[in-house]
Design a binder for this molecule. Structure first.
Ligand SMILES: C[S@@+](CC[C@H](N)C(=O)[O-])C[C@H]1O[C@@H](n2cnc3c(N)ncnc32)[C@H](O)[C@@H]1O
Length: 349
């Protein structure tokens, strides 16, 4: 390119625009490539050392006429710096690629998958849905249920800390986990207190099936049961020492939350507690995307504001209401409240 062309482009601002777009596009391409490679087992395959093209093709692209496409796709990975090609074949070069290849980091692979599927669709599709006054439905999310259950696990260390504050290490203790997802928090509680018992309630049947499989795998069937159902229609009986809602208070409209909380209070024994863990409104992009999803989905509501959640817990009759920030740099919080009444006056009729 001639210097004069560059100077002219710089003058009009076109050169800066090219550079700015490039800076945005490369991370987007990286996210798409890594997500595809992680969710189809390619990262895991390459993590075990250099793999020849033939061996890789035999695993991931068995049709002979697919080999040129595989080769072109691998070249993208090389160009992004995520793959390396040596004398013995392909292996992983990027740090993130190596970490995502580790099954222990599955929650982060799911988070990336969520960004390039659900979040992508949400952000790109919102203007046209606004123009035609269309809302999303929870049924639209059904196909992502398992992925969301997997990605929610990135919050585990923070939720574990909050649970350790309310689940005693010993003694009989009965827990209801509303919207239990894959059941990881039920597992934590069962390990923390080996005399505890729990019910995991889950609205989506395929997610409930995943939780049930996990409970079986973890050999907890005797102490933990999974119910498919909706907390809004579940019978109210004061049976539980602790009711938890992790990452789902925004599945309920703001105006229904006091009734929901009162219903939970009615299901608690005297002096039982509720624990809610949730992202709260704060202006961070990841939080605003979650808020957009909740605002766009029929029957859901915005992420809570801290003062609003505290006052709703009090309005539902909870005492000793506390809120605590659980993560650095991200407004992820716990809210706790106590059911001090010994009567069932807190039950909605
Ligand atoms: C984002 S996921 C979180 C799952 C799990 N609590 C976690 O933190 O990993 C929210 C879950 O709440 C469930 N849920 C939403 N509304 C519910 C309701 N009314 N009754 C029971 N479960 C509900 C959804 O089906 C979904 O699986």
């Amino acid at each position: 390119v001639k210097l004069a062309t560059l100077v002219s482009m710089a003058r009009t601002g076109d050169l800066q625009l090219h550079l700015r777009i490039q800076r945005v596009l490369n991370p987007v391409y990286r996210a798409f490539f890594l997500s595809g490679a992680a969710s189809h087992g390619v990262l895991a395959r390459l993590a075990r050392g250099p793999v020849s093209f033939e061996a890789l093709a035999a695993d991931v692209a068995p049709a002979p006429d697919a080999h040129r496409r595989l080769s072109a796709w691998l070249r993208v990975g090389l160009a992004l710096g995520e793959l390396r090609l040596g004398p013995d074949g392909y292996d992983l070069r990027g740090k993130l690629a190596k970490q995502l290849a580790d099954p222990a980091n599955d929650a982060f692979a799911a988070l990336l998958e969520e960004a390039v599927t659900l979040d992508r669709e949400l952000l790109i599709g919102t203007p046209s849905r606004l123009a035609s006054d269309q809302e999303l439905t929870l049924a639209d999310q059904q196909k992502y249920g398992r992925m969301v259950a997997r990605s929610s696990r990135v919050l585990e260390p923070y939720v574990f800390e909050a649970l350790a504050g309310v689940v005693p290490a010993e003694g009989e203790f009965r827990i209801l986990d509303v919207g239990c997802g894959a059941g990881g928090y039920l597992r934590f509680c069962a390990a923390r207190n080996t005399q505890s018992t729990a019910i995991g309630l889950e609205l989506q049947s395929d997610v409930a099936a995943l939780a049930q499989d996990n409970v079986r795998k973890w050999r907890l069937e005797e102490r933990v049961s999974i119910e498919t159902g909706d907390i809004r229609t579940r019978a109210i009986e004061p049976l539980f020492d602790l009711i938890t809602l992790h990452n789902n208070i925004y599945y309920f409209p703001v105006e229904d939350r006091v009734d929901l909380l009162a219903r939970l209070r009615g299901s608690l024994k005297a002096n039982g507690r509720v624990l809610i863990t949730t992202a709260c409104q704060d202006g961070q992009p990841a939080i605003e995307i979650l808020n957009l999803w909740a605002e766009s989905t029929k029957g859901c509501g915005p992420l809570p504001k801290v003062t609003e959640m505290v006052s709703q817990l009090r309005s539902a009759g909870f005492t000793a209401v506390h809120s605590k920030r659980l993560t650095p740099g991200y407004n992820y919080r716990s809210f706790t409240g106590k059911n001090e009444s010994t009567s069932r006056s807190g039950c909605p009729s």
